[in-house]
Design a protein around this ligand. Structure first.
Ligand code: DHE
Length: 539
């Protein structure tokens, strides 16, 4: 039976093993059930979990959903909730909503595992290392290339940051999520939500995929080994399903080790689906920081001897999501967004430095580091559940009175924010709010002058700068990324799959548009990863 299921998996749909149904269980015909399972995986599992145990989203196990009942569930899915769930009436048809409401009252099925056998079978070296160029074969300024997620086409666009021209559009995994760089800056690693990891060689005349593997069935994160002596040696990808991380050869993606993250939550309960959220790579130790969402445990994984792998497990809070380094790259700050906390890990000591209480649902991306005129070095996060940008002091040596405390809350133009960004060469702090239900806010960003924070921010409608045709649908403005020099800010205008999208490049000094990148191939651009900034964790 698994053989057939796995074949279907490769077609990017998470198949389900047949669960045990209750006698009075709501039911769907096979086609409707399969279609609903696909929608659930693509649209719902990210927040609610494959087993529907809940994380950022509510627990959707039958004992809870059946209490709400078919009509109420249909209404919630149609209109969304104040708790941050978006409305699906413009994404799904009435019939799809009806079926999904029934589907989530049915007993969740357990998807199959994905071990070394499946990993190896899915692994392909497209261009072996010995056949790759020995020097850069193109004339592109590689340090200023942007790898841009084209979410709904399952591709990344590699864009030359100097000329603003598309260098190549590379086919990647389903609903591709993030890109990360090898320590040398030569290879881009791109992870899809279907767990497909693609490795792109920027030295080729036309940068293209040189190795690929399916690291799991549902994934969000990837990073590489960055410690001295281990540059470009390993890659690591974290899965939502199966809950595990996979260590691979950094040159070929050959799978070397799979480590399960199933285990006990910080409050002592077994959890069958503790998903791997963010992963960052240390430059002060041969170590990855791997954040396990449902357990609230942060793993420091020492990769110096992967046969005898050492993991330090640090208790923090549920449910861990995204985070980034402080400016010294000793401390890592991660949002435990459903607990309204930011956990701070001292990676030098291998200990939790603090759990900082914040406003609702912090969502930093990787956050933003700058020197505050009064509080010294701070790290910033915006929030999904509050219209503030929280600043946390990060300098226990010279500013101990502010370290790991919320020192200020700046006003954002809305809640529903996903990402903040700054750059060491800039005096601006940028924040988006793409998940605001209201069009004007979702299409605008807030910009602070870091040296004059009291002056209050400017709110800029970035979507309007793109000059796209008017439409009723929201053109969400999402995720600032700087160019290498730190004098331009790139924002994605994330429109619908069938509508034109764009990238707006803003002059960081004047805050005026400098260029608008438009191309029919730029389908739903979201995350942008500048090679230099991603390679060196500059944010
Ligand atoms: Fe993301 C980072 C998970 C939806 C764009 N997102 C992350 C990370 C995680 C995560 C765990 C941290 C990765 C790391 O640093 O190693 N994202 C999830 C989800 O579970 C969620 C909520 C729902 C889902 O089903 O996937 C989700 N994410 C989205 C989107 O809808 C976004 C806005 C658009 C898109 O492209 O899918 C989106 N997520 C991003 C981006 C980053 C990210 C751009 C990287 C930010 C950075 O600066 O590093």
């Amino acid at each position: 039976m698994w053989k057939g299921l796995k074949a279907a998996l490769l077609a990017s749909v998470l198949p389900m093993a047949v669960g045990t149904a209750f006698a009075d269980e709501p039911s769907l015909g096979k086609d409707a059930k399969d279609a609903s399972a696909k929608i659930y995986f693509e649209r719902c599992a990210g927040c609610h979990g494959v087993l529907r145990k809940g994380a950022t989203g509510k627990n959707l196990e039958p004992e809870n959903t059946r209490k709400l009942g078919q009509n109420r569930l249909e209404k919630i899915i149609t209109n969304g909730t104040d708790g941050g769930m978006v409305n699906f009436d413009d994404i799904l048809s009435k019939d799809e909503i009806k079926n999904i409401a029934t589907y989530i009252q049915m007993t969740p099925d357990t998807p199959p595992e994905w071990g070394m056998k499946e990993l190896t079978a899915s692994w392909k070296v497209v261009v072996p290392p010995e056949k790759r160029p020995t020097k850069q074969m193109n004339k592109i300024n590689l340090q200023n290339v942007f790898s841009v997620t084209l979410r709904d086409s399952g591709e990344v666009a590699l864009i030359d940051g100097d000329t603003k021209k598309i260098v190549n559009i590379v086919k990647t995994g389903y609903a591709v999520h993030i890109s990360r760089l090898s320590a040398s800056g030569r290879y881009v690693y791109v992870i899809g939500r279907d767990g497909k990891l693609d490795m792109i060689d920027l030295w080729m005349e036309k940068p293209a995929v040189v190795a690929t593997i399916k690291t799991g069935l549902d994934a969000r994160s990837v990073d590489t080994s960055k410690f001295k002596g281990f540059e470009d040696k390993y890659a690591v990808a974290g899965s939502y399903w199966p809950p595990q991380y996979v260590i691979m050869d950094g040159q070929t993606l050959e799978p070397l080790k799979v480590v399960s993250t199933r285990g006990i939550t910080v409050d002592g309960q077994y959890h069958p689906e503790p998903r791997v959220a963010s992963i960052v790579s240390s430059v002060i130790k041969p170590e990855w920081v791997i954040n396990i969402k449902e357990t609230g445990q942060i793993k420091l994984v020492d990769y110096s001897d992967i046969k005898n792998l050492k993991e330090t497990t640090i208790e923090s809070a549920k449910f861990l999501h995204d985070g980034g380094w402080d400016s010294t790259k000793r401390y890592f700050l991660v949002a435990a967004n459903a607990s309204n906390k930011v956990a701070v890990v001292d990676t030098k000591e291998g200990k939790l430095a603090a759990l900082v209480d914040t406003k609702a649902k912090p969502h930093p991306g990787r956050g933003a580091n700058f020197v505050h005129p009064k509080f010294g070095p701070v790290w910033a996060t915006s929030h999904l559940g509050a219209d503030v940008i929280t600043l946390i002091g990060t300098d226990p040596e010279k500013h101990p009175e502010y370290a790991w405390k919320v020192v200020a809350e700046l006003k954002n133009h809305g809640s529903g924010s996903l990402f903040v960004k700054t750059h060491p060469n800039s005096n601006h702090l940028w924040a988006d709010a793409p998940l605001m239900p209201e069009k004007e806010s979702a299409e605008s960003v807030t910009v602070f002058d870091i040296d004059n924070l009291d002056k209050g921010p400017q709110v800029i409608n970035v979507a309007a700068m793109a000059g796209l045709p008017d439409s009723k649908s929201v053109k969400r403005v999402v995720q600032a990324e700087y160019n290498e020099a730190g004098d331009e800010v790139w924002y994605s205008i994330w429109a619908g799959k069938t509508e034109p999208s764009a990238i707006v490049v803003i002059d960081d000094k004047t805050l005026k548009p400098k260029a608008v990148i438009k191309d029919p191939k730029l389908i739903t651009p979201t995350g942008k990863f500048n090679v230099h900034n991603t390679q060196h964790d500059i944010y």
